[in-house]
Design a protein around this ligand. Structure first.
Ligand code: MRU
Length: 375
């Protein structure tokens, strides 16, 4: 069971109803670590904008945000019609839910959790519509479903922490890339969950944190999060990873994932592939930690995973300062794909999956209830 005190410290995304009405609440991650500023978003367009501009980011967190965003869209729809004293049929409410789902689904293409959460919310709305319930009843049901998605994510993080921590020994030096911690989820994180769990259990560990160009999720978010939890760390520029694998005694790499294909190929933050190849050369285990909601069994290989291309000024500027010559040709893929051959194991909320991933990932996704799958 999740340790609630621990989870209360970092609030990434939640749903609130106050005097002004319903809001999707977020810590604005673009301002971290200098400023901890919370946003109360009251329109689904603002939720979509927050996802696109990385105010909220990380695969599970954007899934949870989209689920709350759909509930918010329906809340506003019901309110508008209530004010006009108009009756809304559940069919109309369902059509609106689908529209909001399409809006939120157009924000970022790579993380499966986003589409998984939207599909789950739409399925739920369809079920309510079939029962000819009122739009208000649909709203109540969808806010519960969004909260369930958030709660299940927190529980999945906790489980991944328990399983993943068994792979960490006292004295280990680890490396992580991007931010796959509490800020990327509704719980304690994916890749950072085993690290927090091992640290909390008294194991002495040290974490090398890649800064993660171009948006610096490692430097700004992971370094901040680990520091808050008292986990010893060293922040390094991305191009130092090989050096520290050779000379720094790194014993394992832990990363998260945005989408995992059926054969175990993993899409994660750009630069993950280079880290995996380096880890393989240095015979360092490379672990991917992600919930089953990130696993896309409809894709045979990582070649089919859509890779988001982000604005070029993320590369040519750093926090508003131009660092490249005007007119230079630039590329900015936000993710890369690590072939499954480089992945030592994939840790989900159901246990530790090892190759052959075509079989073991299916076993993890088939298991209905959280609980260990021996794979
Ligand atoms: O572009 P971002 O910051 O959303 O990318 C996040 C990552 O790549 C994470 O490693 C991934 O979502 C796993 S998070 C638990």
């Amino acid at each position: 069971m999740a340790d609630e005190d621990w989870q209360r410290r970092v609030r990434t995304v939640w749903w609130e109803i106050d005097a002004q009405g319903a809001a999707v609440c977020l810590v604005d991650q673009t301002l971290l670590p200098q400023q901890v500023s919370y946003l109360h978003l009251r329109h689904e367009h603002d939720v979509a904008e927050a996802i696109t501009t990385l105010k909220v980011r990380g695969a599970p967190a954007i899934g949870v945000t989209a689920a709350f965003g759909i509930a918010l869209g329906l809340y506003r729809f019901c309110n508008r019609h209530r004010q006009q004293e108009e009756q809304i049929t559940s069919a109309k409410a369902l059509a609106h839910v689908k529209e909001v789902g399409a809006l939120l689904g157009s924000t970022r293409p790579t993380a499966l959790n986003l589409f998984w959460a939207i599909a789950r919310m739409i399925d739920c709305a369809e079920e309510v519509a079939r029962m000819q319930a009122t739009a208000e009843q649909m709203l109540q049901r969808l806010s519960q479903e969004a909260q369930a998605i958030a709660d299940e994510d927190a529980e999945a993080c906790w489980q991944m922490g328990q399983y993943g921590a068994t792979l960490i020994s006292d004295g280990d030096i680890l490396l992580t890339h991007c931010n796959a911690g509490a800020l990327a989820t509704a719980g304690i994180g994916t890749a950072l969950a085993p690290i927090y769990t091992a640290h909390k259990s008294g194991k002495h560990i040290h974490v090398y944190v890649d800064e993660t160009r171009p948006v610096l999720q490692g430097a700004r978010l992971t370094a901040w999060e680990l520091q808050q939890e008292g986990v010893p760390l060293t922040l390094i520029a991305d191009n130092m990873a090989g050096h520290f694998m050779r000379h720094g005694g790194i014993r394992a790499v832990f990363v998260g994932a945005d989408r995992i294909a059926g054969n175990g190929d993993v899409a994660n933050k750009i630069g993950t592939y280079s880290v995996a190849v380096l880890a393989s050369v240095h015979q360092i285990p490379f672990y991917v930690v992600a919930p089953c909601a990130t696993i896309d069994l409809t894709l045979a290989s990582g070649e089919q995973i859509p890779i988001e291309k982000r604005p070029l000024d993320e590369v040519t500027t750093m926090r508003g300062i131009v660092i490249a010559p005007a007119g230079v040709r630039v590329a900015n893929p936000a993710f890369d794909v690590t072939p499954h051959q480089y992945v030592t194991a994939i840790i989900t909320e159901r246990g530790i999956a090892r190759p052959n991933y075509e079989e073991t990932l299916r076993q993890h996704c088939r298991a209905k209830n959280p609980g260990k799958v021996d794979a």
